[in-house]
Design a binder for this molecule. Sequence first.
Ligand SMILES: C[S@@+](CC[C@H](N)C(=O)[O-])C[C@H]1O[C@@H](n2cnc3c(N)ncnc32)[C@H](O)[C@@H]1O
Length: 391
Amino acid sequence: MTPAARIAAAAELLDAWRAGAPAEKLLTTWARQNRFAGSKDRAAIRDHVYDAIRCLRSFAALGGAATGRGLMLGMLRAAGTDPDTVFTGLGHAPAPLVPEERAPGPALADLAEPVACDCPEALEGLLRESLGADFRPVMERLRQRAPVFLRVNIRLGDPASVAVRLAGEGIETRAHALSPTALEVVAGARRVHLSRAFAEGLVELQDAASQAVADMMPLAEGARVLDYCAGGGGKTLAMAARGGARHFAHDAAPQRMRDLPARAERAGVAVQCLGGTALGEAAPFDLVLCDVPCSGSGAWRRSPEAKWRTTPADLDRLTALQEEILDRAAGLVAPGGHLAYATCSLLAAENGARIGRFLDAFPGWVLRSERRLTPLDGGDGFYAAVMRRPG
Ligand SMILES: C[S@@+](CC[C@H](N)C(=O)[O-])C[C@H]1O[C@@H](n2cnc3c(N)ncnc32)[C@H](O)[C@@H]1O
Protein backbone atom coordinates (compact mmCIF):
# COMPACT_ATOMS: atom_id res chain seq x y z
CA MET A 1 0.00 0.00 0.00
CA THR A 2 1.16 3.56 -0.62
CA PRO A 3 1.45 5.93 2.37
CA ALA A 4 -1.61 7.76 1.00
CA ALA A 5 -3.65 4.53 0.77
CA ARG A 6 -2.79 3.78 4.40
CA ILE A 7 -4.09 7.22 5.39
CA ALA A 8 -7.31 6.62 3.43
CA ALA A 9 -7.79 3.28 5.24
CA ALA A 10 -7.14 4.93 8.63
CA ALA A 11 -9.70 7.66 7.84
CA GLU A 12 -12.37 5.01 7.15
CA LEU A 13 -11.53 3.16 10.35
CA LEU A 14 -11.70 6.39 12.34
CA ASP A 15 -15.21 7.04 11.03
CA ALA A 16 -16.26 3.59 12.25
CA TRP A 17 -14.53 4.29 15.59
CA ARG A 18 -16.42 7.56 15.99
CA ALA A 19 -19.64 5.57 15.52
CA GLY A 20 -18.75 3.63 18.68
CA ALA A 21 -16.77 0.51 17.66
CA PRO A 22 -13.58 -0.27 19.67
CA ALA A 23 -10.40 0.55 17.69
CA GLU A 24 -8.71 -2.79 18.35
CA LYS A 25 -11.68 -4.76 17.00
CA LEU A 26 -11.89 -2.53 13.91
CA LEU A 27 -8.19 -2.99 13.16
CA THR A 28 -8.38 -6.79 13.54
CA THR A 29 -11.45 -7.03 11.30
CA TRP A 30 -9.86 -4.72 8.72
CA ALA A 31 -6.71 -6.90 8.62
CA ARG A 32 -8.84 -10.04 8.14
CA GLN A 33 -10.81 -8.46 5.30
CA ASN A 34 -7.77 -6.95 3.55
CA ARG A 35 -5.31 -9.83 3.31
CA PHE A 36 -3.27 -8.01 0.65
CA ALA A 37 -2.05 -5.60 3.36
CA GLY A 38 1.36 -6.53 4.75
CA SER A 39 2.55 -6.20 8.34
CA LYS A 40 4.11 -2.77 7.63
CA ASP A 41 0.80 -1.53 6.18
CA ARG A 42 -1.11 -2.80 9.20
CA ALA A 43 1.38 -1.23 11.60
CA ALA A 44 1.24 2.14 9.82
CA ILE A 45 -2.58 2.16 9.77
CA ARG A 46 -2.67 1.24 13.45
CA ASP A 47 -0.27 4.09 14.24
CA HIS A 48 -2.39 6.59 12.30
CA VAL A 49 -5.59 5.46 14.03
CA TYR A 50 -4.12 5.57 17.52
CA ASP A 51 -2.26 8.86 16.89
CA ALA A 52 -5.57 10.41 15.81
CA ILE A 53 -7.40 9.07 18.87
CA ARG A 54 -4.69 10.46 21.17
CA CYS A 55 -4.84 13.85 19.44
CA LEU A 56 -8.55 13.93 18.64
CA ARG A 57 -9.32 17.53 19.55
CA SER A 58 -6.23 19.15 18.05
CA PHE A 59 -6.29 17.11 14.82
CA ALA A 60 -10.01 17.86 14.36
CA ALA A 61 -9.33 21.58 14.88
CA LEU A 62 -6.41 21.58 12.43
CA GLY A 63 -8.27 19.45 9.89
CA GLY A 64 -11.52 21.42 10.15
CA ALA A 65 -13.70 18.38 11.05
CA ALA A 66 -13.86 15.51 13.54
CA THR A 67 -14.43 13.01 10.69
CA GLY A 68 -11.81 10.41 9.77
CA ARG A 69 -10.83 12.56 6.79
CA GLY A 70 -10.63 15.72 8.92
CA LEU A 71 -8.51 13.93 11.52
CA MET A 72 -6.05 12.66 8.92
CA LEU A 73 -5.85 16.13 7.39
CA GLY A 74 -5.19 17.55 10.87
CA MET A 75 -2.53 14.91 11.48
CA LEU A 76 -0.67 15.90 8.32
CA ARG A 77 -0.88 19.61 9.17
CA ALA A 78 0.36 18.96 12.73
CA ALA A 79 3.37 17.14 11.25
CA GLY A 80 4.03 19.97 8.76
CA THR A 81 3.27 17.74 5.74
CA ASP A 82 1.62 19.38 2.72
CA PRO A 83 -1.78 17.59 2.50
CA ASP A 84 -1.83 17.98 -1.29
CA THR A 85 0.96 15.41 -1.50
CA VAL A 86 -1.37 12.83 0.11
CA PHE A 87 -4.92 13.89 -0.82
CA THR A 88 -4.34 13.35 -4.54
CA GLY A 89 -7.25 11.06 -5.44
CA LEU A 90 -4.76 8.86 -7.31
CA GLY A 91 -4.96 5.09 -6.83
CA HIS A 92 -6.27 4.47 -3.33
CA ALA A 93 -5.29 7.91 -1.99
CA PRO A 94 -7.96 10.13 -0.36
CA ALA A 95 -9.86 12.47 -2.71
CA PRO A 96 -8.26 15.88 -3.39
CA LEU A 97 -9.01 18.69 -0.96
CA VAL A 98 -12.11 20.79 -1.61
CA PRO A 99 -11.85 24.61 -1.24
CA GLU A 100 -13.31 24.63 2.33
CA GLU A 101 -10.66 22.11 3.43
CA ARG A 102 -7.97 24.23 1.84
CA ALA A 103 -8.96 27.45 3.67
CA PRO A 104 -6.22 28.40 6.13
CA GLY A 105 -7.21 27.25 9.62
CA PRO A 106 -5.57 27.87 12.98
CA ALA A 107 -2.02 26.73 13.72
CA LEU A 108 -1.41 24.32 16.64
CA ALA A 109 0.08 27.21 18.66
CA ASP A 110 -3.13 29.27 18.21
CA LEU A 111 -5.50 26.63 19.58
CA ALA A 112 -7.02 27.05 23.04
CA GLU A 113 -4.96 25.16 25.67
CA PRO A 114 -7.36 22.23 26.29
CA VAL A 115 -7.70 21.70 22.52
CA ALA A 116 -3.98 22.04 21.81
CA CYS A 117 -3.08 19.53 24.51
CA ASP A 118 -6.01 17.19 23.75
CA CYS A 119 -7.55 17.31 27.18
CA PRO A 120 -10.98 15.65 27.46
CA GLU A 121 -13.60 18.29 28.29
CA ALA A 122 -15.42 16.05 30.76
CA LEU A 123 -12.39 15.62 33.04
CA GLU A 124 -10.53 18.91 32.48
CA GLY A 125 -11.36 20.42 35.89
CA LEU A 126 -10.32 17.28 37.78
CA LEU A 127 -7.12 16.91 35.76
CA ARG A 128 -6.13 20.55 36.35
CA GLU A 129 -6.83 20.20 40.06
CA SER A 130 -4.89 16.93 40.32
CA LEU A 131 -1.88 17.89 38.19
CA GLY A 132 -1.46 21.57 39.15
CA ALA A 133 1.52 23.10 37.32
CA ASP A 134 2.14 19.78 35.55
CA PHE A 135 -1.25 19.89 33.79
CA ARG A 136 -0.01 21.16 30.43
CA PRO A 137 3.25 19.16 30.21
CA VAL A 138 1.50 15.93 31.28
CA MET A 139 -1.34 16.40 28.81
CA GLU A 140 1.21 17.15 26.07
CA ARG A 141 3.06 13.94 26.94
CA LEU A 142 -0.19 11.97 26.71
CA ARG A 143 -0.49 13.06 23.04
CA GLN A 144 2.57 10.95 22.24
CA ARG A 145 3.03 7.22 21.73
CA ALA A 146 3.95 5.23 24.83
CA PRO A 147 7.52 3.96 25.11
CA VAL A 148 7.97 0.17 25.19
CA PHE A 149 9.49 -1.20 28.39
CA LEU A 150 10.67 -4.65 29.36
CA ARG A 151 11.04 -6.01 32.86
CA VAL A 152 14.13 -8.13 33.27
CA ASN A 153 13.39 -11.26 35.26
CA ILE A 154 16.17 -10.92 37.80
CA ARG A 155 15.76 -14.56 38.84
CA LEU A 156 17.11 -15.58 35.45
CA GLY A 157 19.54 -12.83 34.47
CA ASP A 158 20.90 -9.39 35.32
CA PRO A 159 19.72 -6.39 33.27
CA ALA A 160 23.10 -5.66 31.67
CA SER A 161 23.61 -9.19 30.32
CA VAL A 162 19.95 -9.50 29.28
CA ALA A 163 20.37 -6.24 27.31
CA VAL A 164 23.31 -7.85 25.47
CA ARG A 165 21.21 -10.97 24.73
CA LEU A 166 18.40 -8.79 23.37
CA ALA A 167 20.80 -6.78 21.22
CA GLY A 168 21.92 -10.08 19.69
CA GLU A 169 18.30 -10.59 18.59
CA GLY A 170 18.02 -7.08 17.10
CA ILE A 171 16.32 -5.49 20.12
CA GLU A 172 18.17 -2.39 21.34
CA THR A 173 17.44 -1.28 24.90
CA ARG A 174 18.67 1.11 27.57
CA ALA A 175 18.31 1.12 31.35
CA HIS A 176 15.64 3.40 32.83
CA ALA A 177 15.75 5.38 36.08
CA LEU A 178 12.23 4.33 37.17
CA SER A 179 13.28 0.79 38.12
CA PRO A 180 16.49 -1.25 38.24
CA THR A 181 14.66 -4.03 36.36
CA ALA A 182 13.41 -1.77 33.53
CA LEU A 183 14.84 -1.68 30.01
CA GLU A 184 13.38 0.81 27.53
CA VAL A 185 13.25 -0.60 24.01
CA VAL A 186 14.74 1.91 21.58
CA ALA A 187 14.72 -0.30 18.45
CA GLY A 188 13.20 -3.63 17.42
CA ALA A 189 10.14 -3.49 19.71
CA ARG A 190 8.08 -5.61 17.28
CA ARG A 191 10.61 -8.45 17.65
CA VAL A 192 10.17 -8.86 21.40
CA HIS A 193 7.31 -11.39 21.29
CA LEU A 194 9.20 -13.68 18.92
CA SER A 195 12.56 -13.40 20.66
CA ARG A 196 14.26 -16.27 22.49
CA ALA A 197 14.82 -14.00 25.50
CA PHE A 198 11.03 -13.61 25.81
CA ALA A 199 10.33 -17.33 25.24
CA GLU A 200 12.86 -18.24 27.94
CA GLY A 201 11.24 -15.90 30.48
CA LEU A 202 14.17 -13.46 30.68
CA VAL A 203 11.88 -10.52 29.96
CA GLU A 204 8.23 -9.51 30.15
CA LEU A 205 6.59 -6.47 28.60
CA GLN A 206 5.75 -4.19 31.53
CA ASP A 207 5.62 -0.44 31.90
CA ALA A 208 8.53 0.99 33.94
CA ALA A 209 6.20 2.81 36.36
CA SER A 210 4.33 -0.43 36.97
CA GLN A 211 7.71 -2.00 37.83
CA ALA A 212 8.45 0.92 40.16
CA VAL A 213 5.18 0.19 41.99
CA ALA A 214 6.15 -3.49 42.42
CA ASP A 215 9.59 -2.33 43.69
CA MET A 216 7.88 -0.36 46.48
CA MET A 217 6.20 -3.44 47.97
CA PRO A 218 7.66 -4.56 51.32
CA LEU A 219 8.51 -8.24 50.74
CA ALA A 220 10.00 -9.78 53.87
CA GLU A 221 11.67 -13.21 53.68
CA GLY A 222 8.97 -15.89 53.96
CA ALA A 223 6.11 -13.32 53.77
CA ARG A 224 2.75 -14.43 52.38
CA VAL A 225 1.81 -11.95 49.65
CA LEU A 226 -1.57 -11.63 47.97
CA ASP A 227 -2.12 -9.74 44.70
CA TYR A 228 -5.85 -9.17 45.26
CA CYS A 229 -6.63 -7.64 41.82
CA ALA A 230 -4.07 -9.70 39.92
CA GLY A 231 -5.54 -9.51 36.40
CA GLY A 232 -2.93 -10.96 34.02
CA GLY A 233 -0.48 -11.02 36.93
CA GLY A 234 2.02 -8.36 35.81
CA LYS A 235 2.67 -7.16 39.35
CA THR A 236 2.44 -10.65 40.88
CA LEU A 237 5.28 -11.79 38.61
CA ALA A 238 7.34 -8.65 39.21
CA MET A 239 7.10 -9.17 42.97
CA ALA A 240 7.73 -12.93 42.75
CA ALA A 241 10.90 -12.36 40.71
CA ARG A 242 12.42 -10.63 43.76
CA GLY A 243 12.36 -14.01 45.57
CA GLY A 244 12.00 -14.86 49.26
CA ALA A 245 8.22 -14.49 49.66
CA ARG A 246 5.25 -16.81 48.88
CA HIS A 247 2.90 -15.43 46.25
CA PHE A 248 -0.87 -15.75 45.83
CA ALA A 249 -3.08 -14.21 43.15
CA HIS A 250 -6.80 -13.45 43.11
CA ASP A 251 -9.14 -11.57 40.79
CA ALA A 252 -12.91 -11.02 40.84
CA ALA A 253 -12.81 -12.16 37.20
CA PRO A 254 -10.68 -15.35 37.55
CA GLN A 255 -10.50 -15.85 33.75
CA ARG A 256 -8.19 -12.81 33.65
CA MET A 257 -5.59 -14.94 35.47
CA ARG A 258 -5.80 -17.82 32.98
CA ASP A 259 -2.31 -17.23 31.51
CA LEU A 260 -0.71 -16.60 34.88
CA PRO A 261 0.31 -20.22 35.68
CA ALA A 262 2.10 -20.55 32.31
CA ARG A 263 3.74 -17.12 32.67
CA ALA A 264 4.88 -17.99 36.20
CA GLU A 265 6.37 -21.27 34.99
CA ARG A 266 8.21 -19.52 32.15
CA ALA A 267 9.55 -17.00 34.68
CA GLY A 268 10.68 -19.75 37.09
CA VAL A 269 8.52 -18.52 39.99
CA ALA A 270 5.69 -20.08 42.00
CA VAL A 271 2.27 -18.38 42.21
CA GLN A 272 -0.90 -19.91 43.59
CA CYS A 273 -4.16 -18.60 42.10
CA LEU A 274 -6.98 -18.43 44.65
CA GLY A 275 -10.74 -18.35 44.06
CA GLY A 276 -13.19 -16.79 46.55
CA THR A 277 -13.48 -19.70 49.04
CA ALA A 278 -9.79 -20.59 48.93
CA LEU A 279 -8.96 -16.94 49.56
CA GLY A 280 -10.77 -16.91 52.89
CA GLU A 281 -9.04 -20.14 53.91
CA ALA A 282 -5.57 -18.86 52.92
CA ALA A 283 -5.92 -15.51 54.80
CA PRO A 284 -4.35 -13.69 56.54
CA PHE A 285 -1.49 -12.36 54.43
CA ASP A 286 1.54 -10.26 55.37
CA LEU A 287 1.00 -8.05 52.34
CA VAL A 288 -2.13 -7.52 50.25
CA LEU A 289 -1.75 -5.45 47.08
CA CYS A 290 -4.88 -3.90 45.57
CA ASP A 291 -4.04 -2.77 42.02
CA VAL A 292 -7.60 -1.54 41.60
CA PRO A 293 -9.70 -0.87 38.49
CA CYS A 294 -9.40 2.86 37.68
CA SER A 295 -9.87 5.48 34.96
CA GLY A 296 -6.52 4.44 33.47
CA SER A 297 -5.77 8.14 32.91
CA GLY A 298 -2.06 7.57 33.55
CA ALA A 299 -2.02 5.10 30.66
CA TRP A 300 -3.92 7.16 28.08
CA ARG A 301 -0.94 6.97 25.71
CA ARG A 302 -1.48 3.20 25.53
CA SER A 303 -5.28 3.18 25.74
CA PRO A 304 -6.34 6.56 24.36
CA GLU A 305 -9.98 5.62 23.76
CA ALA A 306 -10.64 5.82 27.51
CA LYS A 307 -9.54 9.46 27.42
CA TRP A 308 -12.68 10.42 25.50
CA ARG A 309 -15.09 7.84 26.84
CA THR A 310 -14.62 8.20 30.62
CA THR A 311 -17.34 10.31 32.26
CA PRO A 312 -17.61 11.82 35.76
CA ALA A 313 -20.32 9.20 36.43
CA ASP A 314 -17.80 6.43 35.54
CA LEU A 315 -15.42 8.01 37.99
CA ASP A 316 -18.03 7.94 40.76
CA ARG A 317 -18.61 4.23 40.10
CA LEU A 318 -14.88 3.55 40.10
CA THR A 319 -14.14 5.39 43.34
CA ALA A 320 -16.99 3.50 45.07
CA LEU A 321 -15.51 0.20 43.82
CA GLN A 322 -11.98 1.23 44.89
CA GLU A 323 -13.29 1.97 48.38
CA GLU A 324 -15.14 -1.37 48.56
CA ILE A 325 -12.03 -3.31 47.43
CA LEU A 326 -9.77 -1.59 49.97
CA ASP A 327 -12.22 -2.22 52.82
CA ARG A 328 -12.59 -5.89 51.92
CA ALA A 329 -8.84 -6.42 51.40
CA ALA A 330 -8.06 -4.81 54.78
CA GLY A 331 -9.76 -7.80 56.40
CA LEU A 332 -7.26 -10.15 54.74
CA VAL A 333 -4.17 -8.46 56.21
CA ALA A 334 -2.48 -10.03 59.25
CA PRO A 335 -1.92 -7.83 62.33
CA GLY A 336 1.25 -5.80 61.71
CA GLY A 337 1.00 -6.60 57.98
CA HIS A 338 0.72 -4.23 55.02
CA LEU A 339 -2.05 -3.18 52.66
CA ALA A 340 -0.92 -1.60 49.40
CA TYR A 341 -3.07 0.35 46.97
CA ALA A 342 -2.19 1.19 43.37
CA THR A 343 -3.82 2.83 40.35
CA CYS A 344 -2.64 3.91 36.93
CA SER A 345 -4.60 7.12 37.41
CA LEU A 346 -3.57 10.76 37.51
CA LEU A 347 -6.72 11.83 39.34
CA ALA A 348 -6.50 12.71 43.04
CA ALA A 349 -10.05 11.37 43.54
CA GLU A 350 -8.78 7.85 42.75
CA ASN A 351 -5.47 8.25 44.56
CA GLY A 352 -4.69 10.26 47.69
CA ALA A 353 -8.39 10.89 48.36
CA ARG A 354 -9.09 7.14 48.57
CA ILE A 355 -6.20 6.60 51.00
CA GLY A 356 -7.28 9.61 53.09
CA ARG A 357 -10.77 8.13 53.36
CA PHE A 358 -9.39 4.69 54.28
CA LEU A 359 -7.15 6.05 57.04
CA ASP A 360 -10.11 8.01 58.47
CA ALA A 361 -12.30 4.90 58.43
CA PHE A 362 -9.68 2.48 59.84
CA PRO A 363 -8.10 4.00 62.95
CA GLY A 364 -4.66 2.69 63.89
CA TRP A 365 -3.54 2.01 60.29
CA VAL A 366 -0.57 4.17 59.26
CA LEU A 367 0.68 5.32 55.88
CA ARG A 368 4.21 3.92 55.38
CA SER A 369 4.97 5.17 51.86
CA GLU A 370 3.30 6.88 48.95
CA ARG A 371 4.45 7.64 45.40
CA ARG A 372 2.92 9.58 42.50
CA LEU A 373 4.33 9.12 39.02
CA THR A 374 3.28 10.91 35.85
CA PRO A 375 4.32 10.31 32.25
CA LEU A 376 6.88 13.08 32.85
CA ASP A 377 8.81 10.44 34.83
CA GLY A 378 8.99 8.38 31.63
CA GLY A 379 6.46 5.60 32.16
CA ASP A 380 2.70 5.60 32.69
CA GLY A 381 1.12 7.71 35.41
CA PHE A 382 0.81 5.65 38.59
CA TYR A 383 -0.06 6.14 42.22
CA ALA A 384 0.83 3.74 45.03
CA ALA A 385 0.48 3.81 48.80
CA VAL A 386 1.51 1.26 51.43
CA MET A 387 -0.26 1.20 54.81
CA ARG A 388 0.52 -0.83 57.92
CA ARG A 389 -2.11 -2.51 60.04
CA PRO A 390 -1.68 -2.12 63.82
CA GLY A 391 0.02 -5.19 65.40
C1 LIG B 1 -5.82 -2.64 37.05
S1 LIG B 1 -6.37 -4.26 36.77
C2 LIG B 1 -5.07 -5.23 37.47
C3 LIG B 1 -3.81 -5.28 36.65
C4 LIG B 1 -2.78 -6.25 37.17
N1 LIG B 1 -2.54 -6.11 38.58
C5 LIG B 1 -1.45 -6.16 36.43
O1 LIG B 1 -0.46 -5.60 36.97
O2 LIG B 1 -1.36 -6.66 35.31
C6 LIG B 1 -7.65 -4.42 37.95
C7 LIG B 1 -8.20 -5.82 38.15
O3 LIG B 1 -9.12 -5.77 39.23
C8 LIG B 1 -10.09 -6.77 39.03
N2 LIG B 1 -11.25 -6.49 39.90
C9 LIG B 1 -12.33 -5.71 39.67
N3 LIG B 1 -13.15 -5.70 40.73
C10 LIG B 1 -12.58 -6.48 41.67
C11 LIG B 1 -12.94 -6.86 42.99
N4 LIG B 1 -14.07 -6.42 43.55
N5 LIG B 1 -12.12 -7.70 43.67
C12 LIG B 1 -10.97 -8.14 43.11
N6 LIG B 1 -10.57 -7.82 41.84
C13 LIG B 1 -11.36 -6.99 41.15
C14 LIG B 1 -10.38 -6.68 37.54
O4 LIG B 1 -10.95 -7.88 37.06
C15 LIG B 1 -8.98 -6.39 36.97
O5 LIG B 1 -8.36 -7.56 36.53
